[in-house]
Design a protein around this ligand. Structure first.
Ligand SMILES: [Fe+2]
Length: 294
């Protein structure tokens, strides 16, 4: 299982899935070579624009240790968001433990979270929070068990493609240039390519990774797709994603309160996100004192 990425976006540990040749037909790096900063620079300097690598989500070296670390981190992130101010929400405890089990039992999700955690802690926590909100929205919408699992998985994986967005762009504290914004947008495509060959995830989950930035006015990315085309799970993740981003502090912006975020969703948000999902979310979320923070 391989994916093609720009050479300059490769990260330490990526493994070549093919021999690389220079302009004269000489092998310069062999298949299975594990890339590091020096080798990446070497390839870029030689004008190798893109490379085929093995899908990093299929590498299970050191799995037990990774699994243990990730589960501890997931539990501490959920404890942080769920049990603030000593509130324990009995009515969702069962769902949250099912969510933890579905993460724990899926090696690809564990591997994905490990890679996300290596890019930055914000994206890691944002993925867990988005998964929690997506799962709750699916439950509040009376979706089937299967659909609730789709929403939970899609929430965790929606930004997995960010592992191939250069760190300096992803974490830039000043305004992005239009070229940098175009680069950021590609995380939806990288995410879809990373997951496309896994039969463990159904098409709804893959579509949500691809389409979570599409909008109901068809001005979103990557395809400016029509709302009928993107699927309900994408629309659920889109609401969860925006809400968590607004209620979480970043280095360059302070968070707003849950009620302010809900007000935004119920006003400007209605122009871009699914109106019915916003209504369901608004009706239910303010019963809880969830407040994400880093
Ligand atoms: Fe995203």
């Amino acid at each position: 299982m391989t994916i093609n990425i720009p050479t300059s976006n490769s990260i330490n540990g990526d493994k070549l899935a093919e021999d690389i040749y220079d302009a004269y037909g000489n092998i310069i790096l062999e298949k299975d070579t594990v890339l590091n900063c020096k080798l990446k620079r070497y390839l870029v300097d030689l004008g190798i624009i893109s490379i085929n690598i093995y899908n990093p989500l299929t590498n299970f070296d050191n799995y037990e240790k990774v699994h243990k670390t990730i589960i501890q981190e997931v539990e501490s992130t959920l404890t942080c968001i769920l049990y603030k101010n000593d509130h324990i929400y009995d009515e969702i405890t069962e769902y949250v433990s099912k969510m933890c089990k579905s993460i724990s039992d899926n090696p690809i999700i564990i591997k994905a979270l490990d890679r996300i955690k290596k890019i930055d802690n914000y994206t890691f926590k944002h993925s867990i929070n988005t998964s929690l909100y997506s799962m709750l929205i699916a439950i509040w919408m009376n979706q089937s068990n299967k659909e609730v699992i789709n929403a939970t998985q899609a929430g965790i994986l929606h930004d997995i493609g960010k592992i191939y967005i250069p760190h300096e762009i992803l974490n830039k504290e000043t305004k992005l240039t239009s070229e940098e914004y175009e680069e950021i947008k590609k995380h939806t495509l990288y995410g879809y390519f990373l997951l496309s060959n896994f039969s463990e995830f159904n098409q709804e989950v893959k579509k949500a990774v691809l389409f979570h930035h599409e909008r109901i006015d068809s001005l979103g990315y990557p395809l400016r797709a029509k709302p009928d085309y993107v699927g309900i799970t994408s629309k659920i993740v889109a609401v969860a994603d925006v809400y968590d981003a607004m209620t979480t502090d970043r280095v360059y912006k302070m968070s707003i309160s849950p009620s302010e975020a809900v007000n935004y969703l119920s006003s400007d948000g209605m122009e871009i996100l699914d109106n019915n999902i916003i209504k369901v979310f608004k009706k239910n979320i303010l019963k809880y004192d969830f407040k994400a923070s880093i």
